[in-house]
Design a protein around this ligand. Structure first.
Ligand code: PLP
Length: 454
């Protein structure tokens, strides 16, 4: 019988995360203090993060042990299966072999709990009582609510306003797991109040919601901030995805030719790909394709420079591809991909041409999602569907060339709470925002921060 899924036993689950920092082509430039232009030290981050996560942010250790309490929660859904997409291959009539790593099997339905559980654990160990965070599509907020529930922490979620209304059932998940949820911008923070005063009708954005959550954490001693993507420690926790995939591909006797993932802040793509980067740096012929929406084309049209991670300018300056921290992307359905910047580790590797990026508009993305649902049965999150679009295009290219490539993508989450978007698509109402963000990007880039002393 042909196999469709490659499983690891719980005993085979990786016990350490992989830290890419010692293997980078050159060291990651530090975060800078916006007031002084000097590198940010642990004391600058201590008001909002526990020390163990600050240490992970700058660690040069290649492997970092996963605490037992975190492993025991991972065991609820990990190791996640690697699927061979045989029915999709047949529908495409491609000579390529397509695999996907299924992160939708977590209780929250995405890869996000891999870091949420770790972050809740380290905050609990540090004596913190409450975590504040932002969420776009609601995937991250629900993952953190789940994790806080396991470690008896309170959880406050600032949810981007457009998604708050588009995805009411994500809110229900967060409520079931005990979190409180507000549509951002709110009038609870200075950042929210000032944005509401300027643009009362704003759809909100991840950048705005981050400003609110950071301010909340910085102004309450018992509260820390938790970020669902972008930062080095978040990407580190997600490497469990790629480490498992590597073992599973070896069991299947496969060597991947191309690895694909969608990118919002970069955490699922990086966690999936980073454990394979040393192979490429040693000369293996291997491509990494990051996929983003044309409505928020950070890697494909952004500028590689220092910028704030949030809209209000409360975070340190980060060297990354950015569309400008004041860029507010249109309210597309892949809410989790609406972020003006990207993870600095990922940006460095794209800048060094170790990884590549491409962008797609909504309609072709939903077309690929529908084909996937028809053939493989699982309904993808709109974010995940970006990766599927690229995998389908790669497989179609193999049809042209006759190459029998091994294509592997990360299935970052299911779309069970995105059915309104699917209804819009099926009814032909999904506007493919024939929108060129060029002018907006230009304007936002004019507002890039000046680095003091530079
Ligand atoms: C299912 C899913 N995939 C991908 C993303 C994008 O985030 P990241 O780039 O950090 O993986 C999100 C963000 O909310 C998501 O919900």
């Amino acid at each position: 019988m042909e196999s469709y899924k490659i499983h690891l036993s719980e005993a085979e689950m990786p016990q350490e995360w992989y830290n890419i920092q010692p293997d980078l082509p050159h060291p990651l430039p530090p975060y800078l203090h916006p007031g002084t232009g000097q590198p940010v030290g642990p004391q600058d981050l201590a008001p909002i993060f526990p020390m163990e996560l600050i240490k992970q942010e700058v660690s040069q250790e290649r492997y970092i042990p996963i605490p037992d309490d975190v492993l025991r929660i991972y065991q609820i859904w990990r190791p996640s299966p690697l699927h061979r997409a045989r029915r999709l291959e047949a529908a495409l009539k491609t000579p390529a072999r397509i695999y996907y790593k299924n992160e939708s099997v977590s209780p929250a339905g995405s890869h996000k709990p891999n870091t949420a559980v770790a972050q809740a654990y380290y905050n609990k160990m540090a004596g913190i009582k409450r975590l504040a965070t932002e969420t776009g599509a609601g995937q991250w907020g629900s993952a953190l609510a789940l994790a806080c529930n396991f470690f008896c922490l309170e959880c406050t979620v600032y949810m981007v306003k457009v998604s708050y209304h588009q995805k009411p059932y994500r809110r229900s998940l967060m409520h079931i797991w005990g979190a409180s949820v507000d549509p951002s911008p709110t009038d609870r923070t200075n950042a929210g109040r000032s944005i509401l005063a300027q643009t009362p009708d704003t759809p909100g954005s991840l950048g705005i919601a981050i400003s609110e959550a950071v301010e909340d954490a910085a102004t309450h001693a018992d509260t820390n901030y938790s970020l669902g993507s972008v930062l080095n420690h978040v990407l580190l926790h997600q490497t469990i995805v790629g480490l498992e995939t590597k073992k599973q591909l070896a069991l299947a006797g496969e060597k991947p030719d191309v690895l694909i993932g969608c990118v919002g802040g970069g955490s699922n793509f990086a966690g999936f790909c980073f454990p394979f980067i040393p192979d490429k740096l040693k000369g293996q012929d291997l491509r990494f394709v990051a996929v983003e929406p044309t409505a928020c084309p950070t890697l494909t049209r952004g500028t590689y420079t220092y910028d704030f991670g949030d809209t209000a300018g409360l975070t340190p300056l980060i060297l990354m591809y950015t569309l400008g921290h004041s860029f507010v992307p249109p309210g597309i359905h892949a809410g989790g991909l609406r972020y003006h910047g990207d993870a600095p580790l990922l940006c460095l590797l794209v800048h060094e041409k170790v990884m590549e990026a491409r962008a797609y508009p909504q309609n072709p993305v939903f077309e690929a999602a529908r084909l996937f649902a028809e053939t493989e049965g699982i309904i993808p999150a709109p974010e995940t569907a970006h990766a599927i679009r690229a995998a389908v295009d790669e497989a179609n290219a193999c049809k042209e060339t006759g190459q029998e490539k091994c294509i592997v993508f990360n299935f970052s989450g299911h779309g069970h709470f995105d059915l309104a978007a699917y209804d819009n698509y099926l009814e032909g109402k999904l506007v493919d925002i024939e929108f060129d963000p060029g002018e907006m990007i230009k304007k936002a880039l004019e507002e890039l921060p000046k680095i003091p002393g530079k």
